[in-house]
Design a protein around this ligand. Structure first.
Ligand SMILES: Cc1cc2nc3c(=O)[nH]c(=O)nc-3n(C[C@H](O)[C@H](O)[C@H](O)COP(=O)(O)OP(=O)(O)OC[C@H]3O[C@@H](n4cnc5c(N)ncnc54)[C@H](O)[C@@H]3O)c2cc1C
Length: 495
């Protein structure tokens, strides 16, 4: 029997899914497959939280497909081998999938699928789904292309589909069957496409009102940020869908922006839309440089920086035991929940790269494993930026003390995540190492015993890191490369 196949990857939804809709429009019954490559389980940037999230979103997708007459085949193995097996039973005429921008391994996988298709006389069509433009040369006209893409009409979810007779869904592997130990996250979001829409609605109905003002603190950001990132990473929702609803809200607000009901929304919606544009801007970088997890955009500059692994520093940084309360609270909260707001992510990375002088490759991997929303294009671009290895961004090294007093002045966030400091009053919570012996006794926290002494003097080490970074950035080879980096990757908003 001749069939079309839809290959789901990081696009676990039925709405705004061009590959699915085009396959259904075609002349053949449709088989949907999802393929988990065994090598992914061993990758250093993958954590059990990612696989479990994917499997749970996949279960939701399977129900959605079944509700319109479809079925989903889950495969665990190399995708070309699985396609060959399927081809023994069905005559695959056409393979449909959405474009994915990933690291080198996913490019290699997609190329091997294209080769398999041409060897087996199977037509292979891929569809773009966001503002990332394949084979883009310079950045000069990128914004125009991106805006057109994300403003285009959404592709409606299909109402029904025709599967080959007798083709039914199989069981999706459990974590246990994959040999993985789940790592439970505190208040993990609900999986799937419907949950993604509910999160978007709750943001646009109320939570997002204070987005602009509250996004920078890890306390207020938990509710005020959209929290859509894990859904975007698994493809349960698209940027186009989010923008569509956001613009509708914006139109409503514009009618009477000063009314009590619309208070706060104008600036929050505008900030939110800028971030949605950054999403595609950064993934576009990975689209042109698939090795960003191992090679800096400006390798000459990175070479001059010559950061070195230091096992002790890496251990305390990655576990949230540096002795800097606010930093430790942020890292521990991230490990426990799988999410933290942008400002604090930037601080975690910048402390690793500037203050502790650790290699961004290793620290970037740790953060990738911690983020439930790990999106390689955004992640590695940000890791490069916050480590000063692009040559085109300003050097920004965050002071933990400043962030601590600005974002958590009373120390509530610190007390929530750093148990050892729960009895400390506001005056000592940001710099507990300054307490006298008597105060340490009174507040049940002996520095160096109950809670670590600071791993290094933060201010001195940060300043030293910044100074070395300026010196590396000013070398002629670094500057020369920066011109190329700007041409290919630089935002054209500001020169
Ligand atoms: C070192 C570092 C690593 C990061 N790694 C990731 C990652 O792996 N996955 C990821 O989705 N984001 C990453 N970010 C960007 C940002 O922190 C998250 O997108 C954001 O915190 C997710 O929460 P939210 O969905 O509530 O964001 P909101 O503030 O509500 O923003 C909505 C969406 O806009 C996009 N967005 C927001 N901020 C940025 C930004 N600075 N750059 C690019 N896109 C943005 C995201 O898609 C986000 O989901 C990283 C930032 C840093 C500094």
């Amino acid at each position: 029997m001749s069939v079309s196949v839809v290959w789901f990857k990081r696009d676990l939804r039925v709405s705004d899914h061009p590959a699915l809709v085009e396959a259904i429009k075609g002349p053949y019954p449709v088989i949907c497959i999802f393929n988990l490559e065994p090598e992914r389980l061993d990758r250093a940037d993958v954590d059990p939280i990612h696989i479990e999230w994917e499997l749970d979103c996949l279960t939701e997708l399977r129900s959605s497909l079944e509700s319109i007459g479809g079925a989903l085949q889950f495969n665990f193995g190399q995708v070309t081998e699985q396609l060959s097996l399927l081809h023994e039973t069905y005559d695959i005429k056409h393979l449909y999938s959405n474009e994915e921008t990933g690291l080198q391994w996913s490019w290699d996988r997609d190329k091997s699928v294209a080769t398999w298709c041409s060897a087996h006389d199977v037509e292979f069509t891929e569809f773009p789904t966001n503002g990332v433009i394949r084979k883009l040369g310079t950045r000069d006209h990128w914004k125009k292309h991106r805006d057109a893409r994300v403003s285009a009409e959404q592709v409606n979810a299909p109402m029904s589909m025709d599967s080959p007779k007798g083709f039914t869904s199989n069981e999706i592997h459990s974590m246990e069957r994959l040999g993985l130990k789940p790592r439970l996250l505190f208040e993990r979001p609900l999986p799937g496409e419907k949950a993604a829409l509910n999160v978007l609605y709750s943001f646009l109905d109320e939570r997002g009102r204070t987005y602009r003002k509250d996004m920078s603190s890890p306390k207020t950001g938990w509710d005020a940020c959209s929290r859509l990132s894990p859904y975007l990473a698994a493809g349960c929702i698209t940027i186009r869908q989010i923008l569509h609803h956001t613009r509708r809200k914006q139109k409503k607000v514009k009618v009477n922006p000063r009314s009590k009901e619309n208070l706060g929304w104008t600036s929050s919606l505008s900030s939110f839309q800028s971030r949605l544009a950054w999403h595609c801007h950064f993934i576009q970088r990975l689209e042109s440089e698939a090795t960003m997890d191992v090679i800096a955009l400006n390798p000459e500059l990175d070479g001059h920086l010559a950061r070195e692994m230091n096992a002790e520093r890496y251990a305390v940084w990655s576990q949230g035991k540096t002795g800097w309360p606010f930093f430790d609270a942020c890292m521990r909260s991230l490990i426990a929940t799988g999410w933290i707001n942008f400002r604090m992510r930037a601080m975690l990375q910048s402390v690793a790269s500037y203050t502790l002088w650790l290699p961004w490759t290793d620290t970037g991997l740790h953060l990738a494993r911690c983020f439930l929303d790990y999106e390689p294009g955004i992640h590695w671009s940000q890791v490069h930026m916050q480590s000063g290895v692009t040559g085109i961004n300003s050097i920004r090294a965050y002071s933990v003390l400043k962030q601590s007093t600005d974002q958590d002045p009373d120390g509530d966030f610190i007390r929530t995540w750093v148990e050892e400091l729960r009895d400390l009053p506001k005056e000592h919570i940001h710099e507990p190492w300054l307490m006298s012996d008597e105060q340490q006794k009174n507040f049940n926290c002996i520095i160096g015993e109950d809670y670590p002494s600071p791993i290094v003097d933060e201010k001195t080490a940060r300043k030293e890191g910044v100074s070395k970074s300026y010196s590396a950035k000013s070398k002629p080879e670094s500057k020369q490369r920066s011109l190329v980096v700007y041409d290919v990757h630089g935002s054209r908003k500001r020169r």
